[in-house]
Design a protein around this ligand. Structure first.
Ligand code: KG4
Ligand code: ZN
Length: 343
C-alpha cells in the first residue's frame, strides 16, 4: 500500500511516500530554522504561513522523488496533534482535501505515535515489547510499546521537555537556535565533571521527568560567575551530563521494570552523541538492546507519520473528513505493572 505522509505540527514542513509502511520511497523535510532563528524560538504565526507557502512544493517533491503520480497514492496519513494548531491545520486540511479529491482513505496520526514509529527504521530493529524514550523539543516521555498500535505511557516531563532545556540553555549562552546541536558540539570540548548541576530524579518509583531545575541552575551559575564566558564548554558539558544521566537512568530502569529487553531512543534529542553513547553503554551492561533511528528520522519527519498511518489504515481505521486537529495531549493508556487503563 502506497501511503503519503504529511507532517506540519511545528516548524518542519514534511512529506514522505512509503510502501507497505517500512519501505521509504521518498522523504522531504523543509526546515524553517532560518525563519525562526532571529527570534530564538518558533513563532507560531510565521510557522503557519511558511507551511502554507511550502506544502504544495514539498508534497510534489516527495512524489517526484518516489517516481509516482498522485493517482498511485492509496492512502493519506497526516499529523493531527499535538502541536501548534495553526501549523497542524495547514497539513491536516491539505491532506484531507487531497484524500477527498482522490477518493482514498485518510487517517489522522498522533505525532507521538509517529515518533515511536521512527524506531522501526532503526538498525537493529526493536523487538516487542520495548520501551521507547521520546525526547524532543516539545515532549519527553517513556512508553512501553507492546505492539505497533498498542503503547502505554510510563511517565513524562512535568515541566520542560529535554530539547526545550537544551534550547533555553543555549539561548542563555548566546549559542543560537536550535540549541541542541550547538551544545552537543561544544560539550565535546568541556569536562562534564567541572560543574555539578542538579539531577531531578523525583520519587524513585516515578518515570516522570523535570528539567526546569537544571535550567534554573545554569541561569544562576551565569548570574553568579561574571567570567562564565571562559567556561562555556564546561558549562554545557555539565548541563548535558545532568540531562543525559536522568534520561539514561530512567529509560534503562523502565525497560527492566516493565520486562523489556529492547529500548528505542526517538525524537530530536536522540541525535545527541553523548546520549547515544551513554545509553548504549548503560543498556549493554543490563543486557538490553538499543535501537536508534538514523538522525534524519529522529527529528520531525513524515516517514514516521506514514508508517504509523499505514498500520492504522491496514487495520481498517479511517478518520472522518469532519475531524479536527488537537493541540495538547489526548488521554492515553497509562502503564502500570498490571497495565490498567487510566486516562
Ligand atoms: O523532534 P524534534 O525535531 O521536534 C519536536 O517534535 O520537538 O526535536 C527538536 C529538538 C530541539 O529542541 C533540538 O534542540 C533538539 O531536538 N536536538 C538536540 C540535538 N539535535 C536536535 N538536542 C541535543 N543534541 C542534539 N544533537
Ligand atoms: Zn516531534
Amino acid at each position: 500500500m502506497i501511503v503519503l505522509g504529511i507532517e506540519t505540527s511545528c516548524d518542519e514542513t514534511a512529506a514522505a511516500v512509503t510502501g507497505d509502511g517500512a519501505r521509504i520511497l521518498s522523504s522531504v523535510v523543509a526546515s524553517q530554522i532560518p525563519v525562526h532563528h532571529p527570534f530564538g524560538g518558533v513563532v507560531p504565526e510565521l510557522a503557519s504561513r511558511n507551511h502554507v507557502a511550502a506544502i504544495v512544493g514539498v508534497v510534489r517533491r516527495a512524489l517526484e522523488e518516489a517516481g509516482l503520480s498522485l493517482r498511485q497514492v492509496e492512502g493519506v496519513a497526516v499529523t493531527r496533534g499535538p502541536g501548534l494548531v495553526g501549523s497542524l491545520l495547514v497539513g491536516f486540511s491539505f491532506a484531507k482535501a487531497l484524500a477527498y479529491g482522490l477518493k482514498i482513505p485518510f487517517i489522522g496520526v498522533n505525532h507521538l505515535e509517529g515518533h515511536i514509529h521512527s524506531a522501526f527504521f532503526a538498525d537493529p530493529l526493536p523487538r516487542f515489547p520495548f520501551v521507547a524514550l521520546l525526547a524532543s523539543g516539545g515532549h519527553t516521555a517513556l512508553y512501553r510499546v507492546a505492539h505497533h498500535l498498542d503503547w502505554a505511557l510510563m511517565g513524562k516531563t512535568r515541566d520542560d521537555a529535554a530539547g526545550e532545556a537544551f534550547d533555553k540553555v543555549a539561548k542563555m549562552l548566546g549559542l543560537g537556535y536550535p540549541g541542541g546541536p550547538a551544545i552537543d558540539r561544544i560539550a565535546r570540548e568541556g569536562d562534564p565533571r567541572a560543574i555539578r548541576f542538579p539531577r531531578a530524579w523525583l520519587d524513585p518509583e516515578s518515570f516522570d521527568f523535570s528539567f526546569s531545575g537544571v535550567k534554573t541552575a545554569v541561569k544562576r551559575h551565569i548570574e553568579t560567575h561574571s567570567d562564565f564566558k571562559k567556561t562555556i564548554p564546561h558549562m554545557v558539558a555539565a548541563f548535558q551530563e545532568a540531562v543525559v544521566d536522568v534520561l539514561v537512568g530512567k529509560a534503562v530502569r523502565a525497560a527492566r521494570v516493565s520486562g523489556c529487553r529492547h529500548l528505542a531512543l526517538v525524537g530530536g534529542v536522540a541525535a545527541n552523541a553523548r546520549l547515544r553513547e551513554r545509553m548504549a553503554a548503560a543498556a549493554a551492561e543490563k543486557g538490553i538492546a538499543v535501537s536508534i533511528p538514523p538522525a534524519s528520522l529522529c527529528g520531525d519527519n513524515a516517514v514516521m507519520i506514514a508508517h504509523a498511518g499505514y498500520h492504522r489504515l491496514r487495520r481498517g481505521e479511517r478518520s472522518p473528513l469532519q475531524e479536527d486537529v488537537f493541540s495538547r495531549h489526548l488521554p492515553v493508556k497509562r502503564w502500570t505493572p498490571g497495565n490498567r487503563l487510566d486516562p
